[in-house]
Design a protein around this ligand. Sequence first.
Ligand code: NAP
Ligand code: GDD
Length: 343
Amino acid sequence: MARRALITGITGQDGSYLAEHLLEQGYEVWGLARGQANPRVSRMRKLLADVHVVRGDLLDQGSLISAVERVQPDEVYNLGAISFVPMSWEQAELTAEVTGMGVLRMLEAIRVCSGVSRSSGSAGSSGQIRFYQASSSEMFGQVSETPQTESTAFHPRSPYGVAKAYGHFLTQNYRESYGMFAVSGILFNHESPRRGAEFVTRKVTLGVARIKLGLTAQLRLGNLEARRDWGFAGDYVKAMHLMLQAGSPEDYVIGTGRMKSVRELVEAAFTAAGLDWERHVVTDRALHRPAEVDLLCADPKKARAQLGWEPRVSFDELVAMMVESDLRLLTDGGDPDQDSSWP
Ligand code: NAP
Ligand code: GDD
C-alpha cells in the first residue's frame, strides 16, 4: 500500500515542491487547506491534480485531530505558517498562534491519534507517525558564529523567529517526552519561480521582468547589505523527506554554505536580463526592518554526511531561472500579484 503523507502549507512554495517530490516517490499525498473559499487551493489543484485535500487550520485543534484521523498519515510535514518576517511585527500575536502554537496543535493531534498518553513518558510509547517541523535559520537571528550549525545558539530578531524557536524546541520536547519521531529541518532561505512576490528574490526578479518589458522603470528596495544563504526550494524539499527516512530522529541544518548580499542578488538578476541595476533600483528606509538579521550562512555538513543531501542548483542558476520564468509569466499575461498585497 502507498505510504501516506499529510502536508500543512500545501498552497505555499514548499508545499507544492514537496507534494510533487512525494508523488514521484509513490506516496498518497494529502494537503491541509484552510478557509471556506481559498483561491490558493484551486490554484494548487491545477498544479497538483493528484493531491487530496483535507480541510483544517493550524488555529483549530479539533480540525487537526480530524485531519489526522481521516488521513491516517505515515508522515506529517508541518510547513504551514505565517512566513513573511515583516508581517510578524504587524501581526505578532497571530504569528505566535499560527507559526508557534500551530506546531503544538499539530503535535498534539498526532499524539492523541497515535494513542500516546501523557503519563507513559517516552518508554516504548512512540507513535508510528513521523513528524517534520519547518524550522528556520531566522532562529539564529543575530548570529553568534558563522557558518551556523545544528548547535549554534538562537537569538531571533523578529516575532517570526521567536515563534519558530518555540516550535523548534517543542518538536524536540515531544521527541524527548513521548519518544515521537519528530524532527526539525533548520532551513536557510530557499526560492523558486513559485516564491511569494513579497520575498526579496521574487520581488527583484518580477521587478526585472517588468522593467525589461517596459511596464515600469523603477524597483524600490530596503536594506541592500543584508546577506543570505539562498538555495533552490526544489532541492530543499528532498532534504525534508530524507530526514523522515533516517534511522533516528535528528535535526539538520539545510543550506548551501554560501552567502550573497541583496546587492549581489540585484546585480545578478538585472545582468541576467541585460540591464544595469543602478539605473533602476532605489532604496527606501521605510522597507528596513525594526531589527535586521544581517547575515545567515549554513554549515550543511551534517546533512551531507548523514543524509547524503547536496544542493544541486547554484545561486546564478537560481536567479536566471526566476528571471526567465517571470519574463515568460508577464509576457503571457499572468498576474503574479493576485494573492500578494505586500510592497
Ligand atoms: P509560504 O509560501 O508562505 O506558505 C505558507 C503556507 O502556510 C501557505 O500554504 C498558507 O496557506 C499556510 N498557512 C498560513 N496560515 C495557516 C493556518 N492558519 N493554517 C494552516 N495553514 C496556514 O511558505 P514557504 O516558503 O513554502 O515555507 C514553508 C515553511 O517553511 C514555512 O513554515 C516557513 O516559515 C518555513 N521556512 C521557509 C523558508 C524559505 O526560505 N522558504 C526557510 C525556512 C523555513 P494559505 O494559502 O491558506 O495562506
Ligand atoms: N522582502 C523584502 N523586500 N526584503 C528586502 C527588501 C524588500 O524590498 N529589501 C531588502 N530586503 C532584505 C530584508 O531586509 C532581508 O534582510 C532580506 O532581504 C531577505 O528578506 P526576505 O526575502 O523577505 O526573507 P527573510 O530572510 O526575511 O525570510 C525568509 O527566509 C527565512 C529563512 O531564513 C522567509 O522565507 C522566512 O519564512 C524564512 O524562515
